[in-house]
Ligand binder design. Structure first.
Ligand code: NAP
Length: 249
């Protein structure tokens, strides 16, 4: 019975969430842990903990799952742009009176030499690129179609798995998972004569090299700002999650 009371549901979706899963299993071997993935990419990591894949079916589905599986604590370690999942977690935790901790890595901030143009959405980012731009697009599978209408630009698209619809013929697709070094990014941008980098403000180090490279080459960066998430207890790193759980029931 006591073991059932300690069931941690970890909502994953980032490299950090994978590291957190391991850290939790090491720190709290007596607690049950389930790691949940949206299933947006097929290439799931090998984790030594139980994994579930796919949406819960909105807030009602998450409440149902958490109630049925006796979840005692939810950790939201989804991507900072996964606003719907984060909102659902807040609502479900409230409804079930469960503790919820969000792991949210700090966002990137501009430094001297950066040429950032902040925008509120990927739609705005696509509109902001000038005609003739040679854009490096690191914005994910879900949003790439917004840019494909811009046949007046060249797009160098990098993502983990191929897009669901073809890209314009004169564009180039690279399938690769970060991290890369700033030197690799500089070489890539120079080879393709990139003029603009388009990215979400994801934060963290694993995909920061492109920001560093853009600064060093003096490139314009269209920076999509983070969505505002429903408020909940938020910590910035894995160590803080482990600390917070040490005092959780
Ligand atoms: P979202 O719009 O917040 O989520 C959409 C739905 O996917 C959720 O309502 C939920 O479905 C399901 N879902 C999301 N994360 C889940 C998880 N960990 N476990 C189970 N179901 C989950 O977020 P998104 O569509 O995943 O991503 C939005 C943006 O975030 C993307 O465009 C991308 O730029 C960025 N991003 C996300 C991830 C990721 O793995 N989530 C990774 C990298 C980047 P139900 O409502 O049915 O439960």
């Amino acid at each position: 019975m006591a073991a059932e009371r300690h069931h941690i549901l970890l909502l994953a979706g980032t490299q950090e969430a994978r590291l957190l899963a391991k850290a939790l299993a090491d720190a709290f071997p007596e607690r049950r842990l389930t790691v949940s993935f949206a299933g947006a990419v097929r290439d799931l990591p090998e984790l030594d903990v139980p994994v579930r894949v796919g949406g819960f079916g909105g807030v009602a589905g998450l409440i149902d799952y958490a109630g049925r599986d006796k979840v005692s604590l939810i950790i939201d370690a989804t991507h900072p742009f996964a606003a719907r999942m984060s909102g659902n977690a807040v609502e479900a935790a409230r409804a079930l009176d469960l503790p919820l901790i969000r792991l949210e890595r700090p966002q990137w901030t501009s430094e001297p030499g950066d040429r950032w143009h902040p925008v509120a959405s990927t739609t705005e980012a696509a509109a902001r690129l000038p005609a003739g731009a040679r854009a490096f697009l690191a914005i994910g599978r879900k949003d790439i179609q917004l840019f494909c209408r811009r046949t007046d630009i060249f797009g160098l698209v990098r993502m983990i798995e191929p897009p669901s619809a073809p890209l314009p013929e004169h564009w180039k697709l690279i399938l690769k998972r970060p991290p890369l070094s700033a030197e690799e990014e500089i070489a890539l941008f120079q080879t393709h004569r990139i003029s603009h980098v388009v990215t979400k403000n994801s934060g963290g180090m694993s995909s920061y090299a492109k920001i560093d490279a853009a600064r060093r080459l003096g490139l314009d960066v269209i920076m999509v700002e983070r969505p505002v998430l429903a408020e909940t207890e938020t910590v910035p790193d894995i160590r803080a999650v482990i600390r917070a759980l040490g005092s959780a029931p």
